[in-house]
Design a protein around this ligand. Sequence first.
Ligand SMILES: Nc1ncnc2c1ncn2[C@@H]1O[C@H](COP(=O)(O)OP(=O)(O)OP(=O)(O)O)[C@@H](O)[C@H]1O
Ligand SMILES: [Mg+2]
Length: 239
Amino acid sequence: MSDYLDDGPARTIVRAEGCTKVFGDGHASVTAVADADLTIRGGELLALVGPSGSGKSTLLSMLGALLTPTDGRVRIEDVDVSTLDERRRTELRARRIGFVFQSAGLVPFLTAEENVATVGAFAGLPRAVARTSSRELLEQLGMADRADHLPEALSGGERQRVAIARALLVDPPVLLADEPTAHLDADRGQQVIELIASAVHDGGRAGLVVTHDPRIAAHADRVVHIADGRLDVMVPPAP
Ligand SMILES: Nc1ncnc2c1ncn2[C@@H]1O[C@H](COP(=O)(O)OP(=O)(O)OP(=O)(O)O)[C@@H](O)[C@H]1O
Ligand SMILES: [Mg+2]
């Protein structure tokens, strides 16, 4: 499925060093993430857990080059994101990072397949290739017979599967998900977790899932706890 395993499954793909984010300044400033060190290797799924407001989404946004750290740095495959200008950062996101959020965020007037294929353009994927890959991915995710449906005709779990297909279209080495099962019932949530876990494990990707859901942690190789913006790496769950 992916060639990221070629130079060994233990390759570090994501590295945060002293990553800090302060919003605002003076008395009104909020340190959302303080001095976070974190690495994610290819084929490794991390669960990031912590209370509301503890800095999970902020950290994920910095790891995904959506947000610039106030201090410290993020490296994606040895590229120091802070050295990139806006255009190159956008390019890095489009080509190297797949995002899945709480809401699928599909374009309502495009079919499932079109929603997936459209993001290919941002990564310079030829249209025909994007269409073929979209079909294949939707098929792999059990959505072959829903490919021509509009989002309104899909269930929440099906929409989230389309969002996962979209995140995987360009075969990115990094997959980041922010509470991807928050709006799903237990069964559909479980399916979505398993799809994310296999996309990370089988694809040799570096994966991080923000979650309150203990079942996700069970699929993770490591659980990282965050409280008040500070990371606390916990013992991995028993096999
Ligand atoms: N753009 C912003 N401007 C100012 N403060 C912000 C901004 N984004 C986040 N914060 C603050 O940073 C802290 C961390 O927020 P963050 O969204 O990362 O938390 P979270 O762990 O994802 O919470 P939740 O579980 O509720 O999604 C919070 O105190 C929040 O109010
Ligand atoms: Mg959040």
